[in-house]
Write a protein that binds this ligand. Sequence first.
Ligand code: LAQ
Length: 373
Amino acid sequence: MLIPFSMKNCFQLLCNHKVPAAGFKATVKNGLILQSVSSDVYQNLAFEDWIHEHMTLEGKPILFFWRNTPSVVIGRHQNPWQECNLTLMREEGIKLARRRSGGGTVYHDIGNINLTFFTTKRKYDRMENLKLILRALNTIRPQLDVQATKRFDLLLDGQFKISGTASKIGRATAYHHCTLLCSTDGAFLSSLLKSPYQGIRSNATASIPSLVKNLLEKDSTLTCEELINAIAAEYAAHHQVDNHINLVDPADETLFPGVGSKAKELQTWEWIYGKTPKFSVNTSFNILDGQSHMEIKIRIDINNGRIQGCNIEAPAHWLPLEVCDKLNSSFIDSKFCPVEATLLTNILLRTCPEDRELHNKWNILCDKIKGIM
Ligand SMILES: Nc1ncnc2c1ncn2[C@@H]1O[C@H](COP(=O)(O)OC(=O)CCCC[C@@H]2CCSS2)[C@@H](O)[C@H]1O
């Protein structure tokens, strides 16, 4: 059962510097079950960070349920160009988020449940949490064959991934968060998590792709709500917490001061793309020149999401060397991003407004380059 109520006293009680309000002592003595009213991936990730930073959690674990509108969520040390189809994501308006925990890339939509288990570092136990989910599943659908793996995935029928895990461990507190695929758009998931970009070399964490399945595909009567309620009940029983799912607004600045600036930071280009470990792209493309094809080679080195070195090699008869050099050096220090590439191209084109043929070639070349960004 969902019970919306003012969280103020609960959070005051849970924050280490606050004096417990007597009336709420019994309610939150042993922890809390929360569910976000927001489906914004940045707000929900920011809320996780806020809890992780501001709560002591000693004897008061928290379980947080949240769902998002379509988003791709990469791990802290990943390369988005390597992990997903950014071109398709831009076309479809899919959000890209970089979380603070490590691990691989997953797709979220409203049919995917996210669960965050906040504890002290000492109580952090991913297998215990996954077993709690398994017990809840077993209670509502005993016929389902779901098992936890050594890498903390949940597999349906021994082969289909329905849950992926990641975690963040701080000095005193920790969280384990995982997904649960109930009724996600599987075709979309697969196409978004397929990178079309060739020739990337990097040491970024690579995802481990699996066959995925929704629980709903196995039992069409299941809903996210039923799953959330069952897991909440199991959590309440296991941790002796009230079996109430407290609705929480992760953007509430009065309850969670500073959470808004955290959400803002998570949306910046510098965080999402700029935190990508150093990488290079070594590729080539064919351009039609009259009747014949021409090969253009390109090597770009990227650090902090910005182009550090650029070497475009085109046949000299097609594009004079000095023009190529001008293009190469104009890219230095710019973001590895199609919007920035368009801006730069337009600035360069203004330096030779008369030369139609050059404009044409330049545009062809830049369209190809934007295609790898
Ligand atoms: N939503 C979801 N759930 C389960 N598995 C998924 C999902 N989306 C994609 N995948 C599959 O997992 C692999 C990546 O597996 P890999 O093991 O590399 O990474 C993970 O599992 C990370 C889980 C992070 C969970 C966090 C919880 C809250 S914010 S995100 C991907 O290629 C797909 O095959």
